[in-house]
Write a protein that binds this ligand. Structure first.
Ligand SMILES: Nc1ncnc2c1ncn2[C@@H]1O[C@H](COP(=O)(O)OP(=O)(O)OP(=O)(O)O)[C@@H](O)[C@H]1O
Length: 502
C-alpha cells in the first residue's frame, strides 16, 4: 500500500513483482505473514537494511514473519517479489540521528586507535586533548518495541562498513531474544562483516554452529552463557552473575587483542531494564549497573523514552555520555504470541538451519545471481538424535523451579534453596520437566581439581544446545536431539524453562 506521497512510486512489473522507486532519505517497510516469503532485489541505486548494504542486482530473501525496512540515503529502485502483509514507504526516519551517533562513536574509535599506535593527535580534533581516549562501549536502553536491537545492529553495521577493519563486539543481554544462540542465552560476538537481516530467527546474523557451511563466511562464533528463561525478573541474581561473566570474558579477549578493543562494543538490552513499574523496577537498576560495570560502559543510548533518559542522566550523567535518540516510527509492536513463535523459529533454525522457500515468481535463475542468503535455500542441517543413559549426562537446574521472588518471602525469612544453587535433576523422577526441555551443554569444568568450586557451573560458557525428545524411564534412557555429533557421556547440561517440539 503506497501512502500517496511523491517520494516513491510503485509499478507492477508482473503479477508477482512490483517495482518501488524510493527517493533519497526514505524507507520501504514491510511485514510478512507466517509461512510467506518475499524476495527483494536492488535494481539500481544505493540501499541498506538496518545498516547492511544491498548489492545491486542481488536478490535477498525474507521469511518467518520478518519485519524490516530498506532504507536509501541516495535513492534507489527495488523490486519486491511476493506479497508482504504490510508494506509502505516512509520519509520520516531517525536515520540521520543514528548516523550522527555513529560518527561520534567512530571518532572515539579513531582516537583510541591513535593512542594505541602512539600516533600524535590530529590538529583538527579538539577532543584529542583527552589524555586517555577510550573506545565506545555503548549500552542501548529502551522500552519494549522501541527498536533497541535494530539500533544496535545499525550501529555495528555502520562500524564494520567504514573500511577501518573494526570488529566491534555485539552483546545480546536479552534472554528472551536468543541472539545467535537460542532463547534463554545471553551472548557476545565480534562482528567483522555486516549483519544481514532475513528472518527474526537470525536477527543478529548466523552463528557458525548452526549455519550451513557455505554460509559460514559470515558466521559468527559467539560466546554464550545460559540463563534459561525469557524474563529477567525470574532470577535477577543469576542474570547479574552471567552479565558479569560475559564482561570478564570480553575483557580477557581484549587483553590479548588490543586492536579489537578499540572497536568497542554495543550492548543490546531487554526491555525489562527500562520498565519503571512493579516488580521489574526492583532489579532493573541492579542489572543496568551490572552491565555498566561488566562492560565498562561509557555511552548510554536511550531509545525514545524521556523518563528513562532523565533517570540515566541523573544516575550516570556525571560519569559518561547519556544520549536520548529517537524511536523509529517503523518499529513494529511485537505481541507475546509473535515472540513465542519467533523463539520456536530460533530453535528450529538452530537445529535445522534456515529453510526459506522462494516466493512465487522468483525463478532459480534470478536468485542464483547473488544475495548472500540465496545460494541453497533447501540445504538444511541434519541434527543428530541419540539415545543416552540417564547417568551419561549430569543435569542441573539453577535455583528452585517454582521460586517466589525474594520480596515475597516473610520478613527475615531466608530461602532454603538459593537462586544460584545448582540442583541436580533426576530424569527418573516423574515430573522432572525434561520432556521437550531445551538443555544448555556446558564447556568442560577446569581440569585442575584444585581450581574447582561449588558454583563453577554457573560460570561455564555454553558450547551447544540440546533438546530432550523422549524419556524412557523404565530403561533409564532418554533421546536427545543435538545439532552435531559428539559424545555426551560425562558432560553437564543445564535445564531452563524453555521447551521445544517440532
Ligand atoms: N524502520 C523499521 N521498519 C520496519 N520494521 C522495523 C523498523 N525498525 C524495526 N523494525 C522491526 O520492529 C521489530 C521490533 O524492533 P526491535 O527488535 O529492534 O525492538 P526492541 O526494542 O529491541 O524489541 P524488544 O521489545 O524485544 O526489546 C523488529 O521486528 C524489527 O525488525
Amino acid at each position: 500500500m503506497a501512502d500517496g506521497k511523491t517520494y516513491q512510486t510503485e509499478v507492477n512489473i508482473d503479477v508477482n513483482t512490483r517495482q518501488w522507486n524510493l527517493e533519497a532519505g526514505t524507507e520501504y517497510r514491510f511485514e510478512l505473514d507466517p509461512g510467506t516469503t518475499v524476495a527483494i532485489k536492488l535494481a539500481h541505486g544505493q540501499a541498506e537494511i538496518f545498516g547492511a548494504e544491498l548489492a545491486e542486482g542481488s536478490v535477498y530473501l525474507f521469511g518467518f514473519e520478518c519485519k524490516a525496512a530498506v532504507y536509501t540515503w541516495q535513492g534507489c529502485t527495488i523490486e519486491v517479489i511476493g506479497l508482504p502483509s504490510t508494506e509502505y514507504v516512509s520519509d520520516e526516519t531517525p536515520m540521520h540521528a543514528y548516523a550522527n551517533v555513529h560518527l561520534a562513536l567512530e571518532q572515539m574509535r579513531v582516537r583510541a586507535l591513535r593512542t594505541v599506535h602512539g600516533s600524535p593527535p590530529s590538529s583538527d580534533d579538539e577532543a584529542d586533548t583527552d589524555a586517555n581516549p577510550e573506545p565506545p562501549r555503548v549500552l542501548v536502553l529502551g522500552p519494549e518495541n522501541s527498536g533497541k536491537t535494530t539500533v544496535a545492529k545499525i550501529l555495528v553495521n555502520y562500524a564494520v562498513r567504514t573500511g577501518q577493519d573494526w570488529t566491534p563486539m555485539l552483546l545480546n543481554t536479552d534472554p528472551g531474544e536468543g541472539g545467535w544462540a537460542v532463547p534463554g542465552a545471553i551472548a557476545a560476538a565480534p562482528i567483522s562483516s555486516p549483519i544481514q537481516t532475513s528472518t527474526p530467527a537470525t536477527t543478529l546474523g548466523c552463528a557458525a554452529s548452526s549455519a550451513p557451511t557455505h554460509l559460514t563466511s559470515n558466521a559468527l562464533l559467539p560466546l554464550a552463557y545460559w540463563y534459561g528463561h525469557a524474563e529477567t525478573k525470574r532470577n535477577p541474581l543469576l542474570m547479574d552473575r552471567l552479565i558479569r561473566n560475559l564482561g570478564d570474558n570480553v575483557a580477557e579477549r581484549w587483553d590479548h587483542d588490543v586492536e579489537s578493543r578499540v572497536s568497542g562494543l554495543i550492548v543490546d538490552t531487554p526491555s525489562s531494564f527500562a520498565a519503571s513499574s512493579g516488580a521489574q523496577n526492583e532489579h532493573r537498576h541492579a542489572l543496568i549497573k551490572a552491565c555498566v560495570d561488566a562492560f565498562k560502559i561509557n555511552v548510554i543510548l536511550v531509545v525514545g523514552h524521556e523518563k528513562l533518559n532523565v533517570e540515566m542522566q541523573r544516575t550516570y550523567g556525571n560519569r559518561m555520555t547519556v544520549v536520548k535518540i529517537p524511536k523509529s516510527g517503523g518499529v513494529v509492536e511485537l505481541d507475546a504470541s509473535y515472540r513465542e513463535r519467533v523463539r520456536k523459529y530460533q530453535l528450529q533454525n538452530y537445529m535445522y538451519g534456515k529453510i526459506l522457500q522462494p516466493p512465487p515468481g522468483l525463478s532459480t535463475k534470478m536468485y542464483l545471481q547473488g544475495g548472500e542468503q540465496i545460494p541453497d535455500l533447501t540445504l538444511n542441517l541434519a541434527p543428530v538424535s541419540s539415545i543416552v543413559s540417564f547417568g551419561d549426562l549430569t543435569l542441573y537446574r539453577i535455583g528452585e523451579e517454582t521460586m517466589a521472588p525474594t520480596s515475597a518471602l516473610p520478613i527475615g525469612a531466608t530461602r532454603v534453596v538459593s537462586e544460584m544453587q545448582p540442583l541436580l535433576v533426576d530424569p527418573a523422577q516423574p515430573g522432572s520437566g525434561l520432556y521437550n526441555a531445551v538443555l544448555a551443554l556446558l564447556a568442560p569444568p577446569n581440569p585442575d581439581e584444585h581450581e574447582r568450586y561449588d558454583e563453577e557451573i554457573l560460570d561455564l560458557p555454553v558450547v551447544g544446545f540440546l533438546v530432550v525428545t523422549a524419556l524412557d524411564i523404565p530403561n533409564k534412557r532418554m533421546t536427545i536431539l543435538s545439532p552435531s555429533q559428539g559424545s555426551l557421556v560425562g558432560r553437564t547440561a543445564i535445564v531452563g524453562s524453555f521447551e521445544w517440539q517440532e
